[in-house]
Design a protein around this ligand. Structure first.
Ligand code: SAH
Length: 345
């Protein structure tokens, strides 16, 4: 029998599991603490548990403990990890040091099947979803490695979080649990390429996290050229869903707009973008595209990004340019995993 991931269980599921094993409910909380608060990496470390129970758990369950395969640190303090999962697959995790706290950018899938043409993570497709506990373990591994508390999370690494919906929800529950590392939902951003059914489902969960939508273009012609997902959920379907999300949750969304020279960076695009999101009070994050191998796109130069930003501001849209951290260590998602796959196919 294949072992299952104990780190993925929510406290309620762990309580059921303990019941099935004939154990008192308080054991569930104790074990949850060991995994999600004390961040132990094997059952033997759970010293207040009966040895017989630990042996039994070890028969059918494992703890998600990724191995740091590579670690790169940039001058600005950004650390990027290539993490190897138990089954041999690799993913990427990045820690960014901001003045408000340490932020981890987590992957949610091994690879991605969304096919965005500028993105390195999707070039070889999707291998599998990450388990909830594997996503938690990205944060625990980073926290232990830097020796400082992680206070913020962005789901902006490899993968499309809403394409791994249940596991991502279990991850969010565990990572924000007061019985675990207790990272508040308001310190978590979930980024999506625009899977409308997922956005509608998420709206019903009514979480306090920030939804970030990878818009990247103000009309269908440009967006479909950059992102195949736009053929399934074009702007006239996506935008009402995003507006409804904002209305239902009372949480302002933000938009990511990766700038590609000659593709989506004209003054006309800024005008169209402002019209598209008018009245939402939404925030736009401008990101000069990180050129990746095998992609025809190049980045808008800094002066043009600034011009685009100023124009948006004049048009009443709140826009900032994302600070580039760690670019010399190819911290743009997917690049490190891709290098590794090319070396060891
Ligand atoms: N799948 C999710 C989250 C992962 S990507 C999503 O699409 O939102 C996080 C952000 O980085 C997205 O906005 C994505 O479009 C953007 N991105 C991906 N590759 C990029 C690149 N090479 N340069 C700039 N931004 C990129």
């Amino acid at each position: 029998m294949e072992k299952k991931c104990l780190s993925s269980l929510t406290l309620a599921q762990l309580t059921d599991t303990m019941k099935e094993l004939g154990q008192p409910a308080f054991r569930a909380k104790q074990i949850f603490h060991w995994v999600h608060q004390r961040l132990v990496t094997d059952f033997a470390a759970m010293t207040d548990q009966p040895k017989t129970l630990l042996a039994k758990l070890d028969e059918s369950w494992y703890l998600a403990v990724p191995k740091i395969e590579r670690r790169q640190q940039a001058k600005d303090g950004t650390v990027k990890y290539l993490l190897r999962m138990a089954d041999g697959n690799c993913i990427e995790t990045v820690v960014m040091r901001y003045n408000y706290g340490n932020t981890v950018c987590v992957s949610t899938q091994v690879g991605c099947r969304m096919g965005c043409r500028f993105c390195a993570s999707t070039q070889a497709g999707r291998v599998r979803n990450l388990e909830a506990g594997e996503i938690c373990a990205e944060i625990y591994t980073a926290q232990k490695d830097i020796g400082a508390r992680i206070s913020h999370i962005v789901l902006m690494g490899i993968g499309e979080p809403l394409d791994n919906y249940e596991n991502v929800m279990a991850f969010l529950e565990n990572i924000s649990s007061p019985e675990g590392v207790n990272i508040g939902m308001r310190n978590i951003s979930l980024s999506t390429c625009g899977l409308v059914p997922g956005i509608e489902r998420l709206a019903k969960e009514n979480l306090q996290l920030t939804l970030s939508v990878s818009l990247h273009a103000p009309n269908n012609a440009i967006r479909s050229g950059m992102m195949p997902v736009n053929d399934a959920y074009p702007l006239e379907v996506l935008m009402p869903a995003v507006r409804a999300y904002q209305h239902d949750t009372g949480r302002r969304v933000s938009f990511e707009y990766s700038m590609v020279r000659g593709v989506n960076d004209s003054a006309a695009c800024a005008h169209e973008l402002a019209a598209l999101i008018r009245g939402m009070g939404a925030h736009v994050n401008l990101i000069p595209i990180n050129p990746v191998d095998g992609s025809p796109y190049s980045a808008t130069d800094a002066a043009n990004v600034r011009r685009f930003q100023n124009l948006l501001t004049e048009l009443g849209v709140n826009a900032t340019v994302r600070r580039r951290l760690g670019s010399e260590i190819s911290a743009a998602c997917g690049q490190l995993r891709r290098e590794e796959m090319q070396k060891n196919p």
